[in-house]
Design a binder for this molecule. Sequence first.
Ligand code: DP6
Length: 358
Amino acid sequence: MSFFSIQPQLPDTHSHQGEVSWKCPSNIALIKYWGKRPVQLPENASISFTLDNAHTVTSVNYQPRSTSEKWVQFLFEGKEEESFEKRIVKYLNSIIDDIPWIGQIAFKIESENSFPHSSGIASSASSMGALALCLCDIEKKLFGLKDEALFRKKVSFLSRLGSGSACRSIYPHIAAWGPSEMIPESSDLYAIPIDYLDEVFTNFHDDILIVSDQEKAVSSSAGHALMDTNIFASKRYEQAGTHMKSLLESMKVGDLTSFGKIVEDEALTLHALMMCSDPSYILMEPNTLEVIKRIRTFRKEAGLPLFFTLDAGPNVHILYPHHIKTEATAFINSSLLSLSHEGRIIKDQVGQGPVKLK
Ligand code: DP6
């Protein structure tokens, strides 16, 4: 049963062909989603900054499907990618009850990322977000739908089924996913925008220091699954709830000290959970720890609000408010860049959310 009212088979009166294109950003979680239950439902609520420069652009060309035709043709950065194509077919099959008309349409999908494939940056959030935006946009055109808030909710719902964290990429600035007593409208089916926090967070910086560009040894999906047997799991979900409450309180009043403490705790908890799962694994590299130590020393000595967070990987997200950009950039260039892989850094910041290109 779908949460959304289902648009049935294609209407006769509309043109069934066209092209849509969307740019969807990635996001970085401040409270981490780690641990899930079927189907793609989070064990705890999470909250993230929507990014800007790290994004995926996806274009979908659609037309009525003839029986002889391939359902989906997928080009990634101009080239046919069979493994990605299979993943998309699997995804479309998994959402066909929520959006049945897709079975009657043939899709040619082209996608590209703003960040290099081998940057160690996960692309599932931005790519699943961009694809869900395109599908819902086509649905809007075919069925003449107008409700913008419902459109976003359905996009978030469908992108969640592709990759959990993708559901938070659909909104500007900050989004939360999962039920929280602090957020009245929150749901574990889709994310919602959080737009009442202090202004300092609407243009926060996130410079992503690439410590390693290797593909990670354990995927996020496998990592989530290991939470099912992690002996600390229930304590962790409890901690995430407490963190969500205090983080929102700090962000409402712009308390950067408390914001930074919670965000760093979350990053280290995520990696601690990986280290104590069975089997155990470590995604941090020696330079990840060195960067963290230097950030903490800088913060103490300079007295400036510069923090770190980590994704499920070795790269360090350096978070700081816009008003310390000059000092932060000088510190990163002089003390951190030499610890990155080939001097690579992706300079990003909190952004305005997805953009319709066509
Ligand atoms: C550490 O969303 O990549 O980035 O739902 O299996 O696709 P799947 O996992 P994914 O997990 C993201 C984990 C995280 C934390 C977060 O983004 O909240």
